[in-house]
Design a protein around this ligand. Sequence first.
Ligand SMILES: Nc1nc2c(ncn2[C@@H]2O[C@H](COP(=O)(O)OP(=O)(O)OP(=O)(O)O)[C@@H](O)[C@H]2O)c(=O)[nH]1
Length: 343
Amino acid sequence: MDHSSAARGATPVYLLTGFLGSGKTTLLRALLRQPAMASTAVVINEFGEIGLDHELVEAVDGETVLLPGGCMCCTVRDDLARTLADLDRRRAQGEVPPFERVIIESTGLADPGPVLQVLLKHGDLLERFALGGVWTTLDAVHAQSQLDAHVESVRQLALADCVVMTKTDLAPFTAPASLAARVRKINPHARMLHVCEGAVDAAELLAQTPSAASGDEPEAMLRGLCQAGPTGHVCGAGCGPHAHAHDGRFRTSSLRFDRPLEWDEVCDWLGGLAFFHGARLLRMKGILNVAGEDRPLAVHGVQHLFHPPTPMERWPDDDRSSRLVFITDGLDEQALRPPFSTA
Ligand SMILES: Nc1nc2c(ncn2[C@@H]2O[C@H](COP(=O)(O)OP(=O)(O)OP(=O)(O)O)[C@@H](O)[C@H]2O)c(=O)[nH]1
């Protein structure tokens, strides 16, 4: 938070961004368990129709708000401004715990520039909230190809105050060093942390403010960086889906299964998807009800890599159906359908 914001008592807002599956939710969960992150309100935005991240975060001892489906950098920017204003009002009226900071987890496809504009341009919000920093997760396994193919991931990196390189445990030995060199060319100012499974010191991350990172006046610097999109397009109030490359090209598909699933069937199905369609399967995540298991299983995939399933503490609500969300680079929905019955 910059000093003028601190002086006027504005609440710092941290934007947690990073490409699909790069470890944002994992980092957020690890952060929220630490005392330094007590009194944090969380705002989560997802691209899919079925929002899963707020359920995967688990055990947040504070206020968690799920922004409606849609990418925050285009369709739900007004919702974000409203959500922040609403959080502030509910805090003043004692309806939510008295949070000291807000973390916004954006969709992996969001261009952070327009999101930051919400914080920097909304007159009403400026009084009460100030940008605390931008944290960008970078997947050490997939980032090189994501940076080649998706301008959103370059923008997420360019606007970072702190780059959190994840999955170094899975990457080939030399990958983090060559990725770090590429990061330096895109964003020489950002601090870089290497973390495994979200294990980062919250206090250290909180210390990475825009001013600490660059020495520039943070809001002025960010305003410049946020103005133009990758194509020179400046996001405005009437900015619709047309303005962003990801709309139309990226497709979200959601599947729901009412009956408990057989684990072997799921493995064959998802294994086949990764094998045949991994290159276009940008992200898969789900909560599964597996026959014989008391607890739900969280499953995650990024391109060809499927992470080991993890049992969740408990079902997030009464809904016992399995839910999966796929974000693909134009993959036909038909290709995702399982060979077994979904009923
Ligand atoms: N081995 C390993 N796995 C990780 C690490 N960080 C995250 N993961 C795994 O990567 C998968 C995706 O992580 P998430 O935290 O859900 O990624 P995300 O960026 O929130 O995903 P989206 O919100 O869908 O874009 C999960 O299975 C995590 O357990 C890491 O440092 N090491």
